[in-house]
Ligand binder design. Structure first.
Ligand SMILES: Nc1ncnc2c1ncn2[C@@H]1O[C@H](COP(=O)(O)OP(=O)(O)O)[C@@H](O)[C@H]1O
Ligand SMILES: [Mg+2]
Length: 332
């Protein structure tokens, strides 16, 4: 018998005045998995998270977390969730350790336990040395880790991560990914919102692509990529006369007909043979005496996914650089 999903949303609708933030959103995450909610700024990701975390009521629709109704059983839901990302609970004028201890006390842990838990989490999140310093002086990556640690003080079975790596440098992003993977392998159910296909790809068991408040596609990352056409190998050649030869070589190496961009002096083709196959292509160009100016294996971006699924770019609706990380009731 199938277990009920740990996170389930059906037909959620939420309007802010004339803005339809959620337009019949459906989501489901099984226990011990990561559901990636992928979408551009303004897609409705944060609104969905806030409803699931009982911070906001939907106009209509139904949602359950850990088997409890978010509307009629908010206390039971709250006791089982952690939320991190856009509503950081971190107090700048406390040390990292004090922040975690305070949250522990607020979630009714006895003082000793709160302290032990704080130390354990600081250690785990590579903040052991920084734990005695004011959070004010933390780098962006350290703050995110402290924020994530804060959401884990009460060891919740369900965790909501709202764009946990937006704006982070690559190194902190990788650290965050490792931590998230570790939590899931420990049995936590995670709903992760992101604007990055790569992030959803890396972490999510299932991905729901959201646009204008509804799911426009869902599946595993490879299912979604198949719909986009997967990676493309792109080769730039120095002269116009090389284009035909390059196209012939790529027709053999790639998965379907190559596209020739005459003005750009490049040829591209869907390519699934990975880096190993790439080396082979280079050898074949060499053997055929065709020079290569530039060669790249381009992974589909969120924009490619959007373009393929909706026919419009992800940036169409809202500028992508709109700050999306501050304030409770501020629209983005
Ligand atoms: N409190 C609010 N008041 C008015 N409009 C809002 C509010 N919160 C979100 N919105 C609007 O709802 C839409 C979805 O926003 P949001 O859920 O924050 O998207 P995302 O998190 O995917 O960027 C946007 O058009 C946004 O401007
Ligand atoms: Mg958001």
């Amino acid at each position: 018998m199938a277990e009920r999903p740990m996170i389930a949303a059906e037909g959620l609708v939420k309007r802010f005045g004339a803005t339809v933030a959620l337009d019949g959103l459906d989501l489901a995450a099984e226990r011990g998995t990561v559901l990636g909610v992928l979408g551009p700024n303004g897609a409705g990701k944060t609104t969905a998270v806030r409803i699931l975390c009982t911070l906001l009521e939907a106009d209509s629709g139904h949602a359950e977390v850990a088997g409890y109704d978010v509307r009629t059983q908010p206390d039971q839901v709250r006791a089982r969730i952690g939320l991190t990302g856009q509503y950081a609970a971190v107090d700048e004028y406390l040390t990292g350790r004090e922040n975690l201890e305070m949250i522990g006390r607020l979630s009714r842990l006895p003082a000793r336990q709160a302290r032990a838990r704080a130390l354990e989490l600081l250690d785990r999140f590579d903040l052991g040395d920084a734990g005695g310093r004011l959070a004010k002086g933390y780098s962006g990556g350290m703050r995110r880790r402290l924020d994530l640690a804060a959401s884990l003080v009460a060891a919740p079975p369900v965790l909501f991560l709202d764009e946990p790596t937006t704006g982070l440098d690559p190194r902190s992003r990788f650290t965050m990914w490792d931590l998230i993977a570790e939590l899931v392998s420990g049995g936590t159910t995670i709903l992760l919102t992101t604007q990055y296909l790569e992030e959803a790809d890396r972490l999510a068991d299932l991905i729901a692509v959201v646009d204008h408040g509804r799911v426009i596609a869902s599946g595993t990352s490879s299912e979604l990529k198949d719909r986009v056409g997967g990676e493309r190998l792109e080769v730039a050649v120095p002269g116009a006369d090389d284009l035909a030869a390059a196209a012939r070589l790529l027709a053999r190496a790639g998965d379907s007909e190559p596209l020739v961009d005459r003005d750009g002096g490049r040829v591209s083709v869907p390519f699934t043979a990975g880096t190993r196959g790439l080396a082979q292509v280079v050898r074949e160009f060499d053997a055929a005496g065709v020079a290569i100016d530039d060669l790249s294996l381009r992974r589909p971006t969120l924009d490619d996914v959007f373009l393929a699924l909706t026919g419009h770019a992800a940036e169409d609706t809202v500028p992508s650089d709109t700050p999306d990380h501050r304030g409770e009731e501020v629209s983005v």
